[in-house]
Design a protein around this ligand. Structure first.
Ligand SMILES: Cc1cc2nc3c(=O)[nH]c(=O)nc-3n(C[C@H](O)[C@H](O)[C@H](O)COP(=O)(O)O)c2cc1C
Length: 396
């Protein structure tokens, strides 16, 4: 692999775009050492508050969200780090001494100007490369460690406070897609003079309900609560936020939300991310996934003729337009590949309930009535064996 995976994020050089997102996998020094040795470019440490001792974690901490046996997401009810600020400062010092080229990013959370500024100053002094501000956490705001909702005015204020004391150390604000308008908040962050945003944090959710006990998941000794959704289910929302921020705001973006494979990584970069924060995939597959992420991304870049990430970042944004700007009057029709079709009939149902009735049964297989098909794509989306293509009638 000869392509260069290094990238600049908020003026800081990363050896590759892959950073560990804050979670239990970034809360122990020995684990971080293992991750850095495996090839991660850096880590955002588990969020720390001035007085973490006022929160107490409960278990189980996470629940998987599965659909038809496939893992589609994770819900967590984790809170901030149980380490003291002194312990996290020491972790920053140790990591920076041992790995001067890796990027160490403390994540801080506070409720008052004094606390935001004292935490930021302490970590700048400890040698942080970047300070990330976790302005609220979707499922834990009631603990009083941070704001109870993300909104532009308060976020801008926090960003200004931290920027005021951070000196040359870049400041990144971690945003949520849950409250307010994430774009309005990102614009407010830009106004504050902060250097970047991380998009997105988890989204408040409920995993499901146990139909025997009637208790929602996760069951914590008979009771449950709301949690934060992460993993593949979050990816489409995180992609949208990345692209929309990239199109409307002049800030560096660290994307977070459902990045599992090198293909996911490439998609986020193409939509404007200049660094990638990964959590759930690391909890599921281990720190070792970094090898595959780097190799896969590098090979794809080489195949596409990209020499550097600067050529990749934001490359797909010009194709994203408003709905009214999409081309009109171009006809597509469905084409069923008989050699792939398993005759399950899902497309017949989908076409009928989708309002068309353009697919009928003929000789035991579904067949498209060309002059009735409007090319809506519902049959293609529902076909589990991928037997349907949309084609231009003239190209059939
Ligand atoms: C168990 C767990 C703990 C987390 N703790 C934090 C945290 O302390 N601070 C924070 O900003 N985000 C935290 N997150 C959110 C992740 O950093 C990340 O933004 C989110 O999970 C989306 O990325 P993913 O889909 O790769 O997991 C946590 C996520 C999980 C699953």
């Amino acid at each position: 692999m000869s392509v260069d995976l290094s990238v600049e994020f908020c003026g800081v050089k990363l050896e590759n775009p892959f950073i560990l997102a804050p979670s239990p996998s970034t809360d122990q020094l020995e684990r971080l050492i293992q991750a850095f040795d495996a090839g991660w470019a850096g880590a955002v440490l588990k969020t720390v508050a001035v007085d973490s001792s006022i929160v107490s974690r409960v278990f189980p901490l996470v629940m998987s969200i599965d659909q038809s046996g496939a893992f589609i997401g994770l819900q967590n009810i984790d809170l901030v780090s149980e380490h003291s600020v002194e312990e996290v400062e020491q972790t920053v010092r140790t990591l920076k001494k041992r790995y001067p080229n890796k990027i160490v990013i403390p994540s801080i959370m506070a409720n008052t100007k004094d606390d935001w500024q004292s935490l930021a100053k302490r970590f700048v002094n400890a040698g942080a490369d970047i300070i990330e501000c976790s302005i609220w956490f979707p499922h834990g705001a009631e603990w009083g460690l941070c704001a109870t909702a993300q909104e532009p005015v308060g976020t801008e204020q926090i960003a200004r406070w931290v920027k005021e004391v951070a000196g040359n150390v870049p400041v990144v604000i971690k945003l949520s897609a849950q409250d307010s308008d994430i774009i309005a908040t990102a614009v407010a962050v830009e106004r504050s003079g902060a250097d970047g945003v991380c998009a997105i944090n988890t989204i408040k959710s409920i995993t499901g309900v146990n139909l025997d006990t009637l208790i929602p998941y996760p069951n914590v000794a008979g009771l449950s609560t709301y949690g934060g959704l992460s993993g593949p289910a979050l990816k489409p929302i995180a992609l949208r936020c990345t692209a929309e921020i990239a199109q409307k705001v002049d800030l560096d973006i660290a994307s977070s939300g459902g990045i599992t494979t090198w293909q996911d990584a490439a998609e986020f970069l193409l939509l404007g991310a200049s660094s990638l924060q990964i959590c759930t995939a690391v909890l599921r597959y281990g720190y070792g996934i970094i090898a595959e992420l780097r190799l896969g991304l590098g090979n794809w870049m080489e195949e596409k003729g990209f020499q550097s990430l600067a050529e990749v970042i934001g490359r797909s944004l010009p194709y994203l337009v408003e709905h009214s700007q999409l081309p009109r009057g171009i006809q597509f029709v469905s084409q069923i590949r008989a050699e792939v079709c398993d005759g399950c009939g899902t497309c017949v149902t989908a076409c009928l309930t989708g309002g068309n009735d353009a697919i009928i049964w003929r000789d035991g297989l579904p067949q498209v009535i060309m002059n009735k098909c409007i090319g809506c794509g519902i049959c293609r989306s529902m076909c589990s064996v991928k037997a349907i293509n949309l084609v231009r009638p003239s190209l059939k």
